[in-house]
Write a protein that binds this ligand. Structure first.
Ligand SMILES: [Zn+2]
Length: 137
């Protein structure tokens, strides 16, 4: 089961790639201009999250994804890394795994020249990843 923090991180990553969230089956399109502010989520992002939570994530999904936020917060789903691009993607815990990641419709992705979407939550992991990247050069 994905925690609310994992789902927020998932949203934050896709927002940083310019993917919109279709709220209530597309009645509204949410895409905060700023997702991260310093070491935390921006107020715009938090406002989006509140709006999503006001309907419990029902019929809210990232464009190109079929899973709703409500589903991701249910016990059948987990969030894992896409094998192709390391973005957080929904993984079903039971049943048939959907094969496509929403990254497949981004032509300029994966792109190592662009700053990778990041999460404000765990600075230690980020630092660790940067170290790893530097070492592998
Ligand atoms: Zn991917």
């Amino acid at each position: 089961m994905a925690s609310a923090t994992q789902v927020k991180t998932y949203l934050a990553h896709w927002f940083q790639l310019g993917k919109k969230l279709l709220w209530n089956n597309g009645e509204a399109e949410l895409l905060p201009q700023q997702v991260i502010q310093g070491d935390r989520f921006s107020p715009q992002f938090e406002a989006c999250w509140q709006k999503i939570m006001s309907v419990d994530g029902k019929d809210c999904y990232i464009e190109g994804h079929r899973e709703t936020i409500e589903e991701l917060l249910s016990s059948n789903w987990d969030i894992n890394k896409c094998a192709r691009c390391d973005m957080p993607v929904p993984m079903i815990e039971i049943g048939i795994q959907p094969l496509d990641c929403a990254c497949s419709d981004l032509d300029n992705w994966p792109n190592s020249e662009l700053p990778a979407p990041r999460s404000p939550v765990n600075n230690y992991v980020q630092l660790h990843n940067i170290q790893k990247r530097l070492k592998s050069k």
